[in-house]
Design a protein around this ligand. Structure first.
Ligand SMILES: Nc1ncnc2c1ncn2[C@@H]1O[C@H](COP(=O)(O)OP(=O)(O)O[C@H]2O[C@H](CO)[C@@H](O)[C@H](O)[C@H]2O)[C@@H](O)[C@H]1O
Length: 478
């Protein structure tokens, strides 16, 4: 089967978050099941640089959203890419969505409208010698693809839209509609119309043949007003086509026995070898060199991720003897709160504001636990990295966090199946209680080691989830 994947970021070429990890890893996992994936991606400077010298021009669009566009094919990092080069839209350095001030680009509707339109044309067969059987779109930036497929003259191909984060919906004023190149009747409830505006994600949810999200619990949650962010009615109405498939991780990139980012590599039976990583981590974050537990964070510093709750829990955490190493970027007031905590609790809290892939590996290998107090979490990847690295996850009981971590309740501890700590409701007092439970368990060396080992045994690979995607793909042809 031939699949066209449509995405606005892909690991290792351009990444702002978990979407890139999934868009990069899933094609490799599906290849093992006989599914050939080509990924269409905007030609940002980072992508153009990566394919420079080995890209082949395969198509020219005379006009796409007022611009001339070129599609290049290139193999890169094991990925089979179709790069959409439109310098006026994508030739911007830095974050793919926002300007240097952190604001979304005002022409994002043109940029990702163009990506979706180009993808729909590839689906319709404009490339010489290659036509996909199915189109798999990721998030709002790709969500107009099935809309263009639905409202075109060419027979529609099966399509899947995966929601990685429903908080980002790509909603724009109605004045953009005439520029989208869609027939007038597409501005209706069974098209892109969304409370009088144009909704990219809404249009995709309406038109894709199947909708997936990245865990079964989140698939249920987004059908409720608490989590659906306005789209719950539409998603619930399409419940029979909504599937929750938990993300896997690239177990070659995330492998503590071979990871070259680490000061020391280790296996479940040689957990002592984590110690040099712990030391590197302590030095990098300016933490006291003692045996008290280190909790880490690798995250966007936002409300979604519950980082305000963690900021409030720092005092109690330090009072209970814990240390905290925070790596992240995000809301300025939260960045400031974590910087302040370093001043208040020197040696107990370390904060690095920034994005650092290598350091994120060192954290998982050196910290004792990773804290993920998300208010909502479609799947979450950092708890999966934590499991793989023996860094015990302390997580909010929501979305994929609820599906992937086995809470250390007395029964689970008794039969040694616990892999982390869950807490609910997602409030500061409850998080503090979870941190206390973690510290108590950490002080019981045997129980803690069992949890680390049990986590490291968990199957966090793409194997079973890739099979679920393959089955879903096949089901759309019957
Ligand atoms: N400062 C930093 N330095 C280095 N690395 C950093 C970093 N901050 C974050 N990262 C990395 O970025 C990725 C974040 O992935 P997540 O799944 O945690 O959340 P995100 O909200 O981006 O993804 C959305 O999509 C994914 C994929 O489906 C879902 O798992 C998730 O629930 C959903 O919100 C991880 O690989 C993490 O290690």
């Amino acid at each position: 089967m031939k699949v066209l994947s449509v995405t606005s970021e892909i690991y290792p070429l351009i990444k702002t978050g978990g979407l890139a990890d999934v868009a990069g890893a899933l094609p490799l996992a599906l290849a093992g099941l006989g599914i050939e994936t080509r990924t269409i991606i905007p030609g940002y400077p980072a992508i153009m640089k990566a394919v420079d010298g080995h890209a082949e021009k395969v198509h020219t669009f005379a006009e796409l959203f007022g611009e001339r566009a070129t599609l290049y094919a290139a193999k890169c990092e094991g990925l089979d890419l179709l790069v959409l080069d439109i310098p006026a839209l994508f030739g911007r350095f830095g974050n793919p969505y926002n300007s240097a001030t952190g604001e979304g680009y005002s022409d994002n509707w043109r940029r990702f409208g163009a990506l979706s339109k180009a993808a729909a044309e590839v689906a319709a067969g404009v490339l010489p010698g290659w036509e996909p059987d199915l189109v798999h779109c990721h998030d709002w930036q790709a969500a107009m693809t099935p809309v263009y497929m639905r409202f075109s003259d060419v027979p529609e191909k099966p399509s899947i839209l995966t929601i990685h984060n429903i908080a980002f919906q790509g909603t724009f004023g109605p004045d953009i509609f005439p520029w989208l190149g869609l027939p007038a009747h597409a501005m209706a409830v069974d098209g892109v119309e969304y409370f009088g505006n144009v909704g990219f994600l809404k249009g995709g949810l309406q038109t894709a043949w199947a909708v997936t999200t990245v865990s079964p619990t989140y698939a249920r949650e987004i059908q409720t007003p608490q989590y659906g962010m306005g789209l719950e009615g539409l998603i619930a109405a399409r419940a029979h086509t909504v599937h929750g498939i938990v993300n896997g991780i690239d177990t070659d990139v995330w492998n503590p026995t071979t990871d070259q980012s680490l000061a020391s590599r280790y296996t479940p039976s040689r957990l002592r070898l984590r110690e040099p990583n712990r030391q590197v981590l302590s030095e990098r974050f300016g933490l006291d060199d003692d045996t008290s537990p280190i909790f880490c964070v690798v995250s966007r510093l936002t409300w979604q991720k519950g980082m305000d709750l963690l900021a409030e829990a720092i005092g109690p955490l330090v009072a209970m003897g814990g240390k905290l190493a925070v790596l992240g970027t995000g809301d300025h007031h939260l960045e400031e709160a974590f910087r302040n905590a370093v001043r208040l609790y020197p040696g107990r809290v370390g904060t690095i504001i920034g994005y650092d892939e290598t350091l994120s590996h060192i954290q998982q290998a050196g910290a004792d636990a990773i804290v993920i107090p998300s208010r909502f979490e479609p799947c979450g990847l950092t708890q999966l990295y934590g499991l793989r690295y023996g860094c015990v996850p302390v997580v909010a009981r929501t979305g994929g966090l609820a599906d992937t971590i086995i809470d250390a309740n007395p029964a689970a501890l008794d039969v040694k199946v616990a892999t982390g700590i869950q807490f609910s409701p997602v409030e500061t007092w409850s998080l503090v209680h979870a941190l206390r439970r973690a510290i108590n368990l950490y002080n019981d060396k045997k129980a803690w080691m069992h949890m680390q080992k049990q986590g490291m045994k968990s199957d966090v690979s793409w194997k079973s989830s890739a099979k679920l995607y393959a089955d879903l793909y096949s089901s759309l042809f019957v």
